[in-house]
Design a protein around this ligand. Sequence first.
Ligand SMILES: Nc1ncnc2c1ncn2[C@@H]1O[C@H](COP(=O)(O)OP(=O)(O)OP(=O)(O)O)[C@@H](O)[C@H]1O
Ligand SMILES: Nc1ccn([C@@H]2O[C@H](COP(=O)(O)O)[C@@H](O)[C@H]2O)c(=O)n1
Length: 225
Amino acid sequence: MSEKLIIVTIDGPAGVGKSTVSKKVAAATGFTYLDTGAMYRAVGLFFQEASVDLDNISQVREKLDMIEIELFPATDEDSDVGVRLCGEDVSEAIRTPEMAMVASKVSAIPVVREVLTKIQREYGTRGRIVAEGRDTGTVVFPLAAYKFFLDAEPRERAERRFRQLKARGEEADYQELLRMTIERDNNDRNRLVAPLKQADDAVLIDTTALDVEEVVKQILAIVNG
Ligand SMILES: Nc1ncnc2c1ncn2[C@@H]1O[C@H](COP(=O)(O)OP(=O)(O)OP(=O)(O)O)[C@@H](O)[C@H]1O
Ligand SMILES: Nc1ccn([C@@H]2O[C@H](COP(=O)(O)O)[C@@H](O)[C@H]2O)c(=O)n1
């Protein structure tokens, strides 16, 4: 396979470390990092601001036709990918735990997935992509050369999100984060369209007892073969 077609997919549940690990793998390989979650968060923000009735599919379709999402690279490994929504920088607004819950709702709507999956695949045609999300290895890039599924205990993942928010100087309630983590897991795993699951040919890495560097090392050992 020519190198330009190599795509790495990293899927897994909320708070497991996909973004952190994916950015480091992309930096180490010189690949481009694709944060598919940021797209769903941006759609969620757009629908919320436009007071879209998520049960009104024709309204959802009409609003989807108006949306313009632009991702731009994170300034460093510790920052998130930037997002412009119809020209407005919403990079911070999409990163709240509340927006994650909204994203988890809109991501269950088939036409939303259809539109965003098409955009994600267009990114993929460039090759040399590290794509992270819930369905990048099962639906978006089923022929990806390397697929990984990261997992960890829900309490560990809520702990990680708690430490992340506190480190950013943000208010955080561990019990509420644990509740939201479990709710997002249920939404993502049980939806009818593109549910969160390990691709049959994905390498499972249980990160519960591993630190970030150990996870990145395991992935690079396989990708760099
Ligand atoms: N193996 C690990 N051990 C300890 N902390 C980790 C590990 N992996 C990631 N983290 C930390 O956990 C926090 C959440 O990681 P990250 O945002 O990458 O998760 P995510 O899977 O992208 O979450 P979401 O899907 O909700 O966006 C970050 O502060 C990150 O540094
Ligand atoms: N490929 C994806 C990526 C994300 N989602 C949904 O968006 C929510 C937010 O994603 P984060 O990775 O930024 O937390 C997530 O909870 C999913 O519901 C998706 O469905 N498919």
